[in-house]
Design a protein around this ligand. Structure first.
Ligand SMILES: [Zn+2]
Length: 368
């Protein structure tokens, strides 16, 4: 049994068997008749295990190796100057342990080359996960192609994801989307992250388009002057299983479309600031009713992978106020719903995984 507080109750306790929550209630009612081990957390607030809805653990060796606040092109250039996909398993292991240590119980990891290895490390360290194999490039997928390993893990599942509208061909994006939908998996895709993406999707031009073309990664977006959300919609990529990551460059009409299609949005506020591409219209997105959650993105565009720090940054810069429940939902239940894992994560309820975090003392005032 674990005894502490939660956001609604000063005298909260839960009984678990190491895997699942067996009972929740007040300490006074649960303690009678309980003879097992008791962990008393003292005067801290327990919350469900946090969810990081967007990270690239494959890049864990790149902390501090990229330029900050100089815009996307300069950031990409500094990123590409590094050995991107030489997996440093020790760095990944360390990152997962730090994430676990700061309360994260589940993450959506996106890997371009090493998704099975990264998934293996997360599984071994008890991190719940989707290990997403990122589809990038303009090749047309063959009939019956598989987009992620059909492998069983204890704590997570393999899945597919699309890199972006501009670097992944339309047929490939659609095929991965179809495979994920058929397997009941969410479909993460970077969307509307920066001005370079706007220009490529709308017109196929710009310095970044040239770089992608040189690498054989420039997708033909049709040059019809569409914004990323409009183009994604025209490809049939937007539905309730889609997790649109970033959504910095979205117009009011795009927000309306995302809401109508019941798309889930993952904001990565600190990553956008780190790269220097501004910030998403957080207030409009939150007010629109879109199911919104948070992710750190990779350590190559952030200072750490702590979801508490991500939430704190958003709350300190947000121009509307959220209730405690609304704020916590961004890193717990909203993410769990977006990822279709709310049967096991997102709240401290009987039957769900016995994973919880505690609110750091310095955030108590901000959250309550
Ligand atoms: Zn990302």
């Amino acid at each position: 049994m674990v005894h502490g507080k939660n956001s609604r109750c000063e005298d909260f306790a839960l009984i678990h068997d190491g895997d699942r929550i067996l009972e929740t209630g007040t300490w006074s009612e649960l303690k009678d008749g309980f003879s097992g081990e008791v962990e008393d957390l003292g005067n801290v607030t327990m919350v469900p295990g946090l969810i990081n809805a967007h990270v690239h653990l494959e890049l864990s060796h790149l902390k501090g190796k990229t330029v900050q606040e100089q815009g996307f092109i300069n950031w990409v250039k500094s990123l590409l100057a590094n050995p991107l996909y030489d997996l440093d398993t020790e760095a990944v292991r360390k990152a997962v342990k730090e994430m676990r240590g700061s309360g994260t119980a589940f993450c959506v990891d996106i890997s371009t080359r090493n998704c099975a290895q990264v998934a293996g490390i997360m599984d071994e360290l008890g991190m719940g996960f989707y290990g997403c194999c990122e589809a990038i490039g303009v090749q047309v997928p063959k009939e019956g192609a598989k987009f992620f390993p059909q492998k069983e893990f204890k704590h997570g599942r393999a899945a597919g994801s699309g890199h972006s509208l501009y670097s992944t061909g339309a047929e490939l994006l659609q095929a991965v989307k179809k495979a994920n939908n058929e397997a009941g998996l969410p479909y993460p895709i970077h969307m509307a992250e920066n001005t370079e993406e706007d220009e490529i999707v709308a017109h196929g031009t710009g310095e970044f388009a040239g770089m992608l073309k040189g690498a054989g990664l420039l997708a033909d977006c049709g040059s019809k002057g569409l914004r990323p959300v409009e183009y994604a919609d025209s490809l049939g990529l937007l539905d309730e299983s889609t997790l649109a990551v970033h959504c910095v460059r979205v117009a009011d009409e795009d927000i309306k479309t995302l809401a109508e299609r019941k798309v889930n949005v993952c904001l990565c506020p600190r990553s956008n600031t780190y790269i220097g591409e501004g910030r998403a219209p957080w207030e409009k997105i939150l007010k629109s009713g879109i199911n919104t959650c948070l992710g750190t993105d990779s350590i190559a565009s952030n200072y750490d992978l702590s979801m508490w720090n991500e939430l704190e940054y958003l709350l300190r810069n947000l121009e509307i106020s959220l209730s405690t429940a609304e704020a916590l939902a961004l890193v717990t239940i909203n993410s769990a719903k977006a990822l279709k894992i709310d049967d096991s994560y997102g709240s401290l309820e009987k039957g769900k995984r016995a994973v919880f975090a505690t609110i750091p003392a310095h955030l108590e005032d901000l959250l309550f």
